[in-house]
Design a protein around this ligand. Structure first.
Ligand code: C5P
Length: 219
């Protein structure tokens, strides 16, 4: 690990889940802990980068030297990321963004109906794809996406690379990475594939930051 390989570079990272409110006390979310994104923010700052971390609701301390913007919903994450993206050298999307949100937000807590009215039903609407949105910008940063797949990781990662038109896809090897302190990664890009074997998330984050630094140096 070479310390200041990202000096003078700007990195924008999304992390954690999003929370999509249904009413004032309920919402849709997922089990992302934000650990991988926070580890990457720390590793990038250690490597000398100017780091902005856009975080969904997580219980993690802000890494030293990192500028953090807290958001709740996918739309808020999109609104925090898009205006900043063109000025960045690298965008890393680790957030587990909710694909859908309730189409309407109830102003008051939805009450159980007496009798046999049955449970309420919700219409869902699609959230914006933050990574694809950044990748579509005219002048855009080096874009890195994550993939969590339960099967056929390499094939799905390569499809995601092409569909979202990003520079690098990082696959989580093994299904249950959410909340764990370790992980194993498969890097997929136009040049091929490379595995980063199982390790704690901070070590993997440092390795991934080194891989990104190498790709920035040799475009
Ligand atoms: O295909 P999928 O949506 O699962 O791709 C996951 C990648 O895309 C991750 O890097 C995730 O952070 C990003 N993503 C996003 N906005 C969404 C959905 C996914 O930035 N609405």
């Amino acid at each position: 690990f070479q310390p200041k390989r990202l000096a003078g570079k700007k990195l924008l990272i999304t992390a954690g889940p999003t929370f999509e409110p249904i009413d004032p006390v309920r919402g849709l979310t997922n089990l992302s802990s934000g650990k991988m994104g926070f580890a990457l923010a720390r590793a990038a700052a250690e490597a000398g980068a100017e780091v902005t971390l856009v975080a969904g609701p997580v219980h993690l301390p802000t890494p030293r030297g990192v500028r953090r913007i807290d958001v709740q919903t996918a739309q808020q994450m999109f609104d925090a990321v898009l205006p900043r993206a063109a000025q960045q050298d690298v965008f890393v999307a680790t957030a587990a963004v909710a694909d859908w949100r309730p189409a309407t937000l109830a102003e008051h807590k939805i009450k159980k109906q007496p009798g046999d009215a049955g449970p309420p039903s919700f219409a869902l609407t699609e959230n914006p794809d933050i990574l694809a949105g950044v990748a579509k910008l005219g002048s855009r940063p080096f874009c890195v996406g994550f993939a969590a797949e339960s099967q056929d990781l390499a094939r799905h990662a390569r499809q995601k690379l092409e569909r979202k038109k990003v520079d690098l896809i990082v696959g989580n090897i093994g299904a249950a990475t959410f909340g764990r302190d370790d992980n194993a990664l498969l890097l997929v890009d136009a040049a091929g594939e490379r595995e980063l074997p199982r390790n704690d998330k901070l070590t993997l984050a440092r390795e991934l930051i080194a891989e990104i630094a190498t790709r920035l140096a040799t475009p």
